[in-house]
Design a protein around this ligand. Structure first.
Ligand code: ADP
Length: 395
């Protein structure tokens, strides 16, 4: 296997990780506030003189993406890498990762209207690393690609057909790299690699569910954009589609304001009027904050409804998988979700559910399996890059 640099470029940030074949640690970093006077970078580097890893943090002045990447690359320069994998949010109808060339860049540009905040930022990262490493193969790994196996009944909206055929308005789904990774991992740990039916809940700041059958996505809760579906940190998830009209006519809000409220001021934050952070809400609810309690209740109920809905896509349900910051760390939320699915014959092993272990099975072996699997989107992007760019057989 090879060493792979993974890049996740946002509009004002860059996350990177160097995935090393021969070491059980990664070098990584996060550059933030790029293009502002507060640009900075922090992460883990390797001190060759003392032969150890060490943390670093540097102010970057008003650095842009390219300047921040140059600083980042110095922090990993002790190691060589063989290819670069880029996270790209929207791949339209592309069904798998692509080696980046002029055509692929054009394709990513062409679908930028579907992810106007994300795809242009991802392209900035691609452009910067192409200039720094013109001879290395680079791969685009799309959040949407895993869901391209969704059948039409799952990905079509009940809208005039032209909107789909002429304008690509359909459900795409996101978090595909995470759903692919944890479902493969759980099925492998269960001794049935890429077999069986799994309902996955990825619960981070963004949240989505996915139905995976024999290693393929058959349905997912996010749609044309990552706003559809579950209650999230600051996103509303599903609302009545007429809400836009109602807010416009009755409150005089324009479309930009409505978009801002549904994406940035809703979800757990909007319901609780306190925080988008589940830890804060659980603590507040325990001390009697009713709004925090309601936010948790709506989050859990909507999640359970979505998981039940996902089960409709599966010929058979082998198990549930929890991942993402909330899914991995909150036994409290997992227990509430499982209690909200009374017809699934689930039974929780309370001791395992309370354990802060990685990759743990938390059912008591009498019904469908329940797994907690820490996600590893960077590892998955590295493996897809190895396979697509270097022909390595990693899956
Ligand atoms: P992102 O989607 O930005 O990658 P994460 O996957 O890190 O986010 O998830 C962030 C969420 O995980 C936050 O809501 C945070 O409160 C929640 N979280 C992390 N640890 C815990 C915990 N121990 N209990 C409850 N929620 C947690």
């Amino acid at each position: 296997m090879s060493n792979i640099l993974v890049i996740n470029c946002g509009s004002s940030s860059i996350k990177y990780a160097l995935i090393l074949q021969d070491y059980d640690y990664r070098l990584y970093g996060l550059a933030e506030n790029l293009g502002t006077p507060n640009a900075r970078i922090s992460g883990l580097t390797y001190n060759a003189q003392e032969n150890r890893q060490e943390k670093f943090e540097v102010e970057l002045g008003q650095a842009d993406h390219a300047q921040a990447l140059e600083v980042a690359m110095k922090r990993i320069s002790h190691f060589k890498f063989d290819a670069i994998g880029h996270r790209v949010v929207h791949g339209g109808t592309m069904t798998q990762a692509q080696v980046i060339n002029d055509q692929v860049i054009q394709d990513i540009k062409n679908i930028s209207n579907l992810a106007p905040l994300h795809n242009p930022a991802n392209l900035i990262g691609i452009d910067a690393t192409m200039k720094l490493y013109p001879d290395l193969p680079q791969v685009a790994v799309f959040d949407t690609a895993f869901h391209q196996t969704m059948p039409k009944k799952a990905h079509l909206y009940a809208l005039p057909r032209d909107l789909y055929q002429e304008h690509g308005i359909r459900r795409y789904g996101f978090h595909g790299t995470s759903h692919a990774y944890v479902s493969e991992r759980a099925s492998t740990l269960a001794g049935q690699k890429n077999q069986g039916g799994w309902v996955v809940a990825h619960l981070g700041n963004g949240c989505s569910t996915c139905a995976v059958w024999n290693g393929k996505s058959l349905d997912t809760s996010m749609g044309l954009t990552p706003l559809e579906g579950l209650v999230m940190g600051t996103r509303s998830g599903d609302v009545d589609p007429s809400l836009h009209l109602f807010l416009n006519i009755n409150l005089g809000w324009d479309i930009a304001k409505i978009d801002q409220v549904l994406n940035k001021q809703s979800g757990l934050l909007g319901l609780s009027n306190l925080s988008n952070d589940m830890r804060t809400l659980v603590e507040a609810a325990e001390s009697g904050n009713e709004d925090a309690q309601i936010a948790i209740d709506v989050f859990v109920y909507r999640l359970a409804k979505s998981m039940a809905a996902m089960s409709c896509a599966l010929p058979k349900l082998d198990g549930l998988i929890f991942t993402g910051g909330i899914g991995e760390n909150s036994g409290f939320i997992r227990e509430k979700v499982i209690r909200s699915l009374p017809h699934f014959g689930l039974s929780l092993n309370a001791e395992n559910n309370a354990t802060r272990a990685k990759e743990i099975r938390i059912d008591d072996d009498t019904g469908p399996q329940i797994w907690v699997i820490p996600t590893d989107e960077e590892g998955r992007i590295a493996n897809e890059t190895r396979q697509i760019a270097l022909g390595e057989n990693v899956f």
